[in-house]
Design a binder for this molecule. Structure first.
Ligand code: SF4
Length: 460
């Protein structure tokens, strides 16, 4: 299945694509259903049930707030992130349903955490009930947040509908098929993606979207390195990006010749975005919000340190980077998962690392075989990566993990560029292995905070 660039990279509000952005979209879709079914005007109350992983780590991930945004039909790309909508709802005990009319709303009885209930289809399940004035149910719908902000209603998940399907000129399910297409057409992976996108969108739309995605990534870095203070959620963790930035600037002005300073810069950029995400700031799902810092950090590394070695001009190089990363993500979404709740952090920071490594090699003019090799190396050394966020917050280990993932992506790209693309383990086999490993991981290590660091490091 071909996943469009427009579906893979979306702009949203942190800290989690599956626990924040997905539930926000689900609540918003429920409001749309109320309108389509003609019961919106009669709705006097909406009750939301969060199940499984959404209930266990939802508070730390900001899921209840996301539900409120969605019920208000706010758009994550355009909403005013500086406005405190939640405070207003809590203060006034009412919500502007669909952004149109007010109904009473009390977050405790109206958003219920069903921690012991896991729905069989997916661990990120939620149910919305719309009630009339007498408490009768007008409409009830179940949704699942399956990763990367993608949401499916119960009837859709049962029909295996996962995303809009496109009739593109160069469809591919596996990397073997993608490589064959590149070979037959003598095109690069980014060209294949661009041709496919041109069958869905206009040239101008594609150009604008690529620029917009890159720009939101860059803004996330710039905001993150300037914002001081502590992260919300109770762990009292100070934001580290501004401090790292200050030290790096001092070293730069002192003509410090530390040969590994580049690593500090990559760490800084990943920290900046991951801390923005943890604070509920605007980031790009790349492929998820928990892993949103990896690709911006490697993209900034390309721009600042490596672009001179690229055969492309800077803007085209960045476009090639992102389009190639999009193709790699499409392979993971088709054959595995990008949901931490389904396959652990392999599916989030692991996939981001694989996408970034491939994108960097492409932007540096590597061959298709070297791109595939880079993506494979990056995932091979993320296999088995668990998801055990402390207190359910996308902070520890998530923020450092973004930095380590970004540095690993650069290393994987450099390793691949040392060779001619020939290697033993194919990207297809490593994706299959990642998925099987994820399925075999205990639920305790898949975004439930029931084991690992979440229980050994600290009691929440
Ligand atoms: S550990 Fe990884 S998958 Fe889990 S919340 Fe953190 S970034 Fe997401």
């Amino acid at each position: 299945m071909y996943y469009s660039f427009f579906d893979i990279f979306s702009i949203g509000i942190g800290p989690s694509s599956s626990h924040t952005m997905g539930p926000m979209r689900a609540a918003s879709r429920f409001i749309q259903s109320l309108q389509e079914k003609g019961v919106f005007e009669k709705t006097a109350r909406v009750r939301t049930f969060l199940y499984g992983s959404l209930a266990l780590t939802g508070i730390g991930h900001g899921t209840p707030n996301a539900i409120i945004y969605g019920l208000m039909s706010l758009n994550p790309e355009t909403m005013d992130v500086s406005k405190n909508y939640i405070e207003e709802v809590k203060r006034d005990q009412q919500i502007k349903l669909g952004g149109i009319r007010y109904i009473p709303f009390h977050d405790q009885p109206d958003i219920l955490l069903e921690k012991k209930t896991f729905l069989k289809e997916h661990s990120n399940g939620m149910k919305f009930d719309a009630l009339d004035e007498n408490g009768n149910i007008l409409l009830s719908e179940i949704y699942f947040s399956i990763g990367g902000g993608t949401v499916l209603r119960a009837d859709e998940i049962n029909q295996s509908v996962t995303t809009p399907t496109y009739d593109v000129p160069f469809p591919f399910d596996t990397c073997t098929e993608l490589m064959q297409l590149c070979h037959d057409t003598k095109m690069g992976i980014a060209d294949i993606v661009f041709k496919n996108e041109e069958s869905i969108h206009t040239f101008q739309e594609i150009r604008n979207r690529v620029q917009q995605i890159e720009s939101v990534m860059q803004q996330g870095i710039d905001r993150g390195i300037m914002t001081m203070g502590k992260l919300q959620g109770g762990l009292e963790i100070p934001r580290r990006a501004p401090l790292i930035y200050k030290r790096l600037e001092e070293k730069f002005h002192a003509n410090d010749e530390d040969p590994l300073m580049i690593i500090d810069w990559i760490n800084l950029w990943a920290f900046a975005v991951a801390e923005e995400n943890a604070s509920g700031g605007q980031v790009v799902t790349a492929p998820t919000m928990g892993s949103a810092g990896v690709i911006p950090a490697v993209l900034r590394y390309f721009e600042r340190f490596a672009a001179k070695k690229s055969p492309f001009d800077l803007a085209i190089g960045k476009g090639v980077f992102l389009l190639t990363a999009s193709a790699i993500c499409s392979l993971y979404r088709t054959n595995a998962s990008i949901s931490g709740a389904e396959v652990g952090c392999q599916g989030e920071v692991g996939v981001a690392c694989s996408m970034a490594a491939a994108g960097l090699v492409a932007a540096l003019g590597g061959t298709n075989a070297q791109i595939e090799n880079a993506a494979e190396i990056a995932m091979e050394h993320n296999l088995g990566l668990t998801c055990d966020p402390i207190c359910g917050l996308v902070q520890v280990p998530c923020i450092e993990r973004n930095a380590v993932g970004a540095v690993k992506a650069v290393n994987a790209a450099r390793l691949a560029l040392q060779g001619n693309g020939n290697h033993l383990v194919s990207l297809d086999s490593v994706i299959k292995t990642m998925y099987e490993t994820g399925k075999n991981l205990s639920e305790k290590y898949k975004e439930t905070s029931l084991a690992g660091l979440a229980v050994n490091a600290l009691t929440c």
